[in-house]
Design a protein around this ligand. Structure first.
Ligand code: S3P
Ligand code: PEP
Length: 428
């Protein structure tokens, strides 16, 4: 597909719903008692993987086009699916559902697409198996298909997390809600806290103190009405586009601002981007963000900010190509085990467009500013790489041709339409 090239972006957009919260709203709705309604559910492929999986687990879920209604069956009310669960491209779905299915009176098998089937699962299987679950990978590997044996008992653990991962933490939390006694998780670095917040929202109890989290099981949850805020990880593409595409000004409405997710706002500020946050809605943890074309300076991004912007690093790397000086991104080795190796994919694809970017063991070194040019690139099947490359194409009037552009539907199906709308200066 030929990407949209050099053009200022002007206007207002409503970014799509948060992917992490959309997944969790189906999961919590399913394992609670009573009805859950979900407004502004993300209609992306990954979240449909979660929705379909819970339908196959016997949970009544309806969709009137506006609101998704989940009739909770309780965590003990799930039923055995008639076949293995296909979780598509979604790491969040496969990892979190393991915690829910770790104690069921039936066995299940989980698998996904060619990308998901290569992503590491020991990080979740090891702690769950310590809790007396019985999870195994394909032919003694840690890769899907994952087999979960029938199990009638989970025991609590104290777990020092070896990786900073909200997916691992969340899987353990879902298991802890079903275990007899207190589970303690000590995080390596704080990661997104949507699971903790939703345990409370659905009537459960959880203690959080810095990196330490305590949950006592078993607990029974109650269905809720959920309104999903916009996803800052999707907004990130337009936050960066607004800052780097000449003569741009974009107003982003309903952007989620949970502090465990706002690392990109800190980076934009450090790089001196012209960003204004207004209309803060405390209850919904969302705000309006206005961004204008800016004179940017380089920065260093490392340490505990990394989990707060992990999915934004490809687009932050593009931002750095337009900043004066050398930007160094470190401690981001988790990028190697996403949909693609995002360190290599970002470096190689941006190099093809003329960027000065070097991959390292745990990050990237980017020298700027550089003039990007046209070329043939590929999303490599990774939605975030695909969206980053489209924003890069806006910096050149030469042709940028991208293979595998369909990948964006995983988290942002209307992405190219929103780019087009902003190039026409239309509001949404
Ligand atoms: O819990 C979540 O919703 C997510 C956690 C992160 O993954 P890790 O837990 O593997 O860091 C993130 O990259 C992913 O897009 C969504
Ligand atoms: C890594 C991502 O998601 P997941 O792990 O759910 O596939 C992502 O959305 O960038």
């Amino acid at each position: 597909m030929k990407l949209i090239s050099a053009h200022p972006l002007k206007g207002t957009i409503h970014v799509p719903a948060d992917k992490s919260i959309s997944h969790r709203s189906i999961m919590f709705g399913a394992i609670s008692h009573g009805k859950t309604t979900i407004k502004n559910f993300l209609r992306g492929e990954d979240c449909y993987s979660t929705l379909e999986a819970f339908k196959q687990l016997g949970v009544p879920i309806t969709d009137d086009g506006d609101t998704i209604s989940v009739t909770g069956v309780g965590v003990d009310g799930l039923s055995q699916p008639s076949e293995a669960l296909d979780l598509g491209n979604s790491g969040t779905t496969i990892r979190l559902i393991m915690g829910i299915l770790a104690k069921q009176p039936f066995e299940t098998v989980l698998y996904g697409d060619e990308y998901l089937n290569k992503r590491p699962m020991n990080r979740v299987m090891l702690p769950l198996n310590q809790m007396n679950a019985h999870l195994t990978g394909h032919e003694n590997s840690e890769y899907p298909p994952i087999h979960i044996a029938a199990n009638d008992r989970l025991t609590p653990i104290t777990y020092h997390m070896p990786v900073a991962s909200a997916q691992v933490k969340s899987a353990i939390l879902f298991a802890a809600l079903q275990a007899q006694g207190e589970t303690i998780i000590i995080e390596k670095e704080p990661t997104r806290n949507h699971t903790e917040e939703m345990i409370r929202q659905f009537g459960g109890t959880i203690d959080t103190n810095g990196k330490e989290i305590r949950v006592s099981g078993p607990q029974s949850l109650v269905g809720q009405d959920v309104t999903v805020p916009g996803d800052i990880s999707s907004a990130a593409f337009f936050l960066v586009a607004g800052a780097i595409v000449p003569d741009s000004e974009i107003v982003l409405k309903n952007v989620g601002i949970n502090p465990t997710r706002t690392g990109i706002l800190d980076v934009l500020e450090k790089m001196k981007a012209d960003v204004v946050i207004s209309e803060i809605d405390e209850a919904n943890q969302s705000a309006t963000i206005t961004v204008k074309t800016s004179n940017l300076t380089s920065t260093t991004i490392d340490g505990d900010i990394i989990p707060r912007l992990i999915d934004e690093i490809p687009i932050i790397a593009l931002l750095a190509t337009q900043a004066t000086g050398t930007t160094v991104i470190k401690n981001a080795e988790e990028l190697k085990v996403k949909e693609t190796n995002r360190i290599d994919a970002t470096a190689e694809e941006l190099t093809a467009l003329g960027a000065d970017i070097t991959p390292t063991e745990d990050g990237l070194i980017i020298n700027g500013p550089t003039n990007l040019h046209g070329g043939i690139v590929s999303s490599r099947g990774d939605h975030r790489i695909g969206m980053m490359l489209q924003i890069a194409a806006l910096l050149t009037d030469e042709v940028v041709d991208m293979e595998k552009s369909d990948a964006v539907s995983v988290s942002y199906p209307a992405f190219f339409e929103d780019v087009t709308r902003l190039t026409e200066g239309e509001n949404k």
